[in-house]
Structures are given as structure tokens and as C-alpha cells.
Ligand binder design. Structure first.
Ligand code: THU
Length: 161
């Protein structure tokens, strides 16, 4: 039997169609790109998380001469949120990036490792995390939850938990 998965998402032609709160979160992600340490890729990524307690946590990619040792903006932000506010659910993540070398005009999607890392937080707190993505410019895409970005994901239910 063949089966199909549909993934719902929303597309906005600009961030101006977001609520003021979400425009602000995206602006915080953009601000966070400025502290990205990306001398190798020259690709500066920022992520901003809105927590249920109203706090905003930001992160950016931190690269390393030993390339795989570096970490993406999303995981820096999520792990910091877990470190600082271990029991506070994350409501929304906004992600953006710019490059020193190419125009980034389409939304920046989180890598597979970040999706896996982020879904742990969605399940840990039992609450959906809204995902807002934009390039340096251009349209915005929005997903209702991390799980929509990672069908057939591995989680603690696979460990019998
Ligand atoms: N990167 C992120 O920080 N987040 C993403 O969603 C995609 C990629 C970083 C990793 C690396 O420092 C640079 O962007 C180029 O891959």
C-alpha cells in the first residue's frame, strides 16, 4: 500500500505579515547573526527562541577549524535554553542568516541534526514549537511544529520509553 505524507506550512511574502511579537523575534535572530563565529563558511546564522516565561534566548553558529566540531545556531540556542531554563517550554523559534559571499534570499531551513535536537524539546515539554524561517531577505515560511520538519523521526518511544 502506498501512503503519502502532507506537510502543512504557511508562506508569507514578507516578515511584515507576522505579528509584532514574531517580527521582534525574527529581528532578534537577525541581531544574533552578528555574533556568529563563521570564518570558514562565511555563513552567519541566528536563531531566537521565545520561551513560555516571555524570555528570549538567542544563539548563532560557532564554527571550528576542525569543521565537525562547530555547532549550528539552532542547537546553540536550544541547548542554552535547556541549560538556563530547564523546565520552561519553548513556544517559537525564528531562524535567519546572511552570507558574506552569496545573497540569501530564501528561508534558511534547519539541518537534520538540528531538527533531531529540536524535536527532543518539543517532546520533553509536550508542546509544539512554531518555526519561523527567513533568509537575509525575502519570503517567510512557518511551520506549526518541529515534528512537521522531521517525519519518521527517532525518539524515546523507539527506546521503549
Ligand atoms: N548552519 C546553522 O547554523 N544552521 C542551519 O540551519 C544551517 C547551517 C551553520 C553551520 C555552519 O556553521 C554554516 O551554517 C554553514 O553550514
Amino acid at each position: 500500500m502506498k501512503k503519502t505524507i502532507e506537510i502543512p506550512y504557511e508562506e508569507l511574502s514578507s516578515e511584515k505579515e507576522l505579528s509584532i511579537e514574531e517580527q521582534n523575534l525574527l529581528a532578534m535572530a537577525e541581531e544574533a547573526t552578528k555574533n556568529s563565529y563563521s570564518p570558514y563558511s562565511k555563513f552567519h546564522v541566528g536563531a531566537a527562541l521565545l520561551l513560555e516565561n516571555g524570555e528570549i534566548i538567542t544563539g548563532n553558529n560557532q564554527e571550528n577549524a576542525a569543521y565537525p566540531t562547530g555547532l549550528c545556531a539552532e542547537r546553540v540556542a536550544f541547548f542554552y535554553s535547556g541549560a538556563k531554563y530547564p523546565n520552561v517550554p519553548i513556544k517559537t523559534v525564528a531562524i535567519t542568516a546572511y552570507s558574506e559571499e552569496i545573497p540569501v534570499s530564501s528561508p534558511v531551513p534547519p539541518c537534520g541534526d538540528c531538527r533531531q535536537a529540536m524535536i527532543e524539546y518539543e517532546e520533553r515539554y509536550g508542546k509544539k514549537i512554531r518555526v519561523i524561517m527567513r533568509g537575509a531577505t525575502g519570503k517567510v515560511i512557518i511551520f506549526d511544529k518541529i515534528a512537521d520538519l522531521l517525519p519518521f523521526h527517532f525518539d524515546n518511544s523507539d527506546l521503549g520509553m
